[in-house]
Ligand binder design. Sequence first.
Ligand SMILES: [Zn+2]
Length: 457
Amino acid sequence: MEALATSAQFCIEPQCGACFGLNEHLYSCSHCGGLLDIARTGDPHDNPQNLPAIWEARRTSFEPRDRSGVWRFRELLPFAQDAPIVTLEEGNTPLYEAPRSAGYCGLQALTLKHQGCNPTGSFKDTGMTTAVTQALILGVRTVVCASTGNTAASLAAYAARAGLRCAILIPKGQVSHAKLAQSLDYGARVLEIEGNFDDCMRLVRDLREEESVYLVNSINPYRIEGQKTVAAELMEQLHWRVPDHVVVPGGNLGNSTALGKGFSELLDLGLIERLPRLSVIQAAGAAPFGQIFGNGDLSNLATDPIPNDLLQPLRHPQTLASAIKIGAPVSWKKALRRVVQSGGQVITVSENEIADARAIIGRDGVGCEPASATTVAGIKRLVATGHINSSDRVVAVLTGHVLKDTDYAIKYHSENLFSPNRDSDKTKEERRIKATYGNPPRRVKADRKTILQELGR
Ligand SMILES: [Zn+2]
């Protein structure tokens, strides 16, 4: 058996646990409203120990589903062998050693897994390939999402590949030009909403009863399925030696959920011997998840029901890292379980820490969007507080491409970047981000001598 169909959708609430078929068109439990998770009900392969060799052998194939860094691991996915796969050859992203970033964090070594090197420039593609494939299986006409930018561009591209209509709700004036440009090019109907991301998300959820429409937000369990394969790809790149820590930015928390699920499944299959500690870093102005941590012992939450009011949504999340400017993360319960099970941390970092960390990652020749840099800023803190040892093996997951937000980079280097006006008592000058690693362009006279003088500086 190659690809499995022995999976089902389950309600994540322990006191409910309702089970639904894979092709039931729903986004949450029809009994209790809980989130849905897809779980295997049978073995993915007669001998799971053979899977790494099978996956590696596919790397030399030219078949589209073998070229995809998601579908190459298809034994882990809840799709039949003849599924109408929609792929842009996503995944297969690089793993970079980053010595300057490591030194900045106080680590002997640091590895960056750059999910921004996906076809549309963000980690979202690894989940969109599976979600849009599921949309074709369900026979819908239109796919819809709310987005801070990356999801929009990704869904627009995969919908175009699949020949589906696509509508995207974005907060007006808060989405990067690069992401808007992509979405328009790929033919999506882009609807700018007066409000923030959470308002867009609420509007999208109001569409869930429409039969001809498929919602592709991170509440959609098929996105998590595609994204979880990143854990397998990472382990393959690390020769199946489990790192001590995997650190991800936290916004809607679908990514941390997916990685946690991926590692858990590899552990269940006996392909890894333990879980890496999964830590999530949030921007201080948009950290409803971070607020849960540090409030006592959470270990019972790995299995017990999680109270609905444990997370207090933020009405006005504020951060320049637009990808994680989210006050009501939909996947928080799933992510909480994964982080607690792994023994990881959730912490917050300031706008200035994010900006400096982003510049340092750049010095390693690796660019990323601001949200991705929360990882390096967070690791620096976790090393300083002793949660990470300097000799630990640490992987930071970068989520988006540097060209998403070039305005941010240019303003940082010219010391013209300002923290959002979270505390109204601060003057604009007090909110100016100090560019410790600023590298502003210089305007020089057009002659050879001046150029040589500049080069000698
Ligand atoms: Zn339920």
